[in-house]
Structures are given as structure tokens and as C-alpha cells.
Design a protein around this ligand. Structure first.
Ligand SMILES: [Zn+2]
Length: 77
């Protein structure tokens, strides 16, 4: 099973006004510059921030698939 991360939206906060935007990873990957809809300032994601988000997303997906793949035989009384 392959999940297309590029279609996922992640929260990105505007450094000027703190407004939270949800942007697709695919867009951020190719054009990290964003325009805030609230204050109309342009800003970029910090270097490494996207990498960090992608890495943690991959990790949680691995964790999820591991949990889905394991038998549900560990029922607690
Ligand atoms: Zn803003």
C-alpha cells in the first residue's frame, strides 16, 4: 500500500501573524514560498521543517502499518 504524501495537507503557521494554513506537501516541496491570506505577507517554510514533517509522517505510517499488520491476539482481560 502506497500513500501519496504529496496530496496530504500539513499545517503551516505564518511567522508574521500566526495564522495557520493547510498546504499540500506536494506544493511545499516544489514552491516553499507561501502568501498568508490573513496579513498578505510572503514567507517560506524554514529549511528542514518540511523534511522533519515528512520524516515524522513516514514514521507514524510505518507504525500504523505495523500495528495493522500484527494479529489482534493481544487482548487484555
Ligand atoms: Zn500572516
Amino acid at each position: 500500500m502506497k500513500i501519496d504524501l504529496d496530496a496530504e495537507r500539513i499545517p503551516v503557521s505564518c511567522p508574521y501573524c500566526g495564522m495557520q494554513h493547510f498546504e499540500r506537501i506536494g506544493i511545499l516541496r516544489h514552491a516553499p514560498g507561501l502568501v498568508c491570506v490573513a496579513c498578505l505577507e510572503t514567507f517560506r517554510m524554514q529549511p528542514g521543517q518540511l523534511d522533519f514533517i515528512l520524516e515524522s509522517a513516514h514514521r507514524s505510517m510505518d507504525d500504523l502499518s505495523m500495528r495493522l499488520g500484527s494479529p489482534l491476539g493481544t487482548r487484555s482481560r
